[in-house]
Design a protein around this ligand. Structure first.
Ligand code: FES
Ligand code: FES
Length: 154
């Protein structure tokens, strides 16, 4: 076992994990942050997506030990004082979720996309989320939510 210092959602934290632990393991099992979901565990579904230094990554294929010194952001960090973030509100408005299993990953993939491209086209959004699968919504609501949010946010 090893003890890692990780910065998660703006706060310094320590977590004890196996040397080979993945970031998804450290978040879910070590820190109790279960927003990032365990899906395929082979970097195909995107359910585990978080942001690492602002970039969307599949946390099921990132070694936790390589995340020391980096800024990790998870879906738990989006809301403030119990109030949903604007992108989360847009997802609700557009019915961009049904079972919700993919939703944390979709939100964090969208955050990563909007950070590097604040005014994406529909094609940009589709490309930005092509690592994230949803089995329920048909994607239309998800794309509309991200586009509307991008047009209305600062
Ligand atoms: S669980 Fe990581 S991409 Fe599917
Ligand atoms: S809302 Fe069910 S997988 Fe996307």
């Amino acid at each position: 076992m090893t003890r890692l210092k990780l910065r998660v959602n703006g706060e310094e934290t320590e977590v004890e994990v196996r040397e080979t632990a993945l970031l998804l393991d450290a978040l879910r099992d070590g820190l109790g942050l279960t927003g990032a979901k365990r899906g395929c565990e082979t970097s195909h579904c995107g359910a585990c997506t978080v942001n690492l230094d602002g970039m969307a990554v599949h946390s099921c294929v990132v070694l936790a030990a390589r995340c020391e010194g980096k800024e990790i952001a998870t879906v738990e960090g989006l809301s403030r004082d119990g109030a949903l973030d604007g992108l989360q509100r847009a997802f609700l408005k557009h019915g961009a979720l049904q079972c919700g299993y993919c939703t944390p990953g979709m939100l964090m993939a969208a955050k990563g996309l909007l950070r590097r491209n604040p005014r994406p086209t529909l094609e940009d959004v589709k490309a930005g989320l092509d690592g994230n699968l949803c089995r329920c919504t048909g994607y239309t609501g998800i794309f509309e939510a991200i586009l509307e949010y991008s047009r209305t946010s600062e």
